[in-house]
Write a protein that binds this ligand. Sequence first.
Ligand code: FES
Ligand code: FES
Length: 159
Amino acid sequence: MMKNEKETSTIKFVLNGKSVQIDVPPHWTLLRLLREKLGFTGTKEGCGIGECGACTVLLDGMPVNACLILVLKVDGREVQTVEGLGSRESLHPLQQSFIDHGAVQCGFCTPGILMSSKALLDRNPHPNRDEIKEGISGHLCRCTGYHQIIEAIEAVTHK
Ligand code: FES
Ligand code: FES
């Protein structure tokens, strides 16, 4: 049976540095809220069951699969999506490095991997190759073979 979309809860959280207060059905996921109600479509939906990492955002600075997070869990917390990482005019160093190293092919996995990479570099500015592999281990990329992605992250750590 379809859950009642008219029953809503009010949640308040910080999204990319801006306060958001919104009524949303409590059974919705953070991914659905971001994409369908707030228009933040940079965060991608792949598997929808926590296996591909395409939907990764930062929740209080930690990478999470937004497809597995119910909206009530976000209340009072801070979310960062790829839209908050850099802008077209001013790319984040990771975004520039992904372009420079050919780490973006179809691009579907890219926003999620960028967010996990950011979280990795925030907690460990100079990860070694194994730590980089571990940092992106929750992500599937069917295009690159991961090599260019690892090189792109590694290049930022050397700056
Ligand atoms: S869409 Fe969330 S992990 Fe695949
Ligand atoms: S670039 Fe296509 S899935 Fe990673």
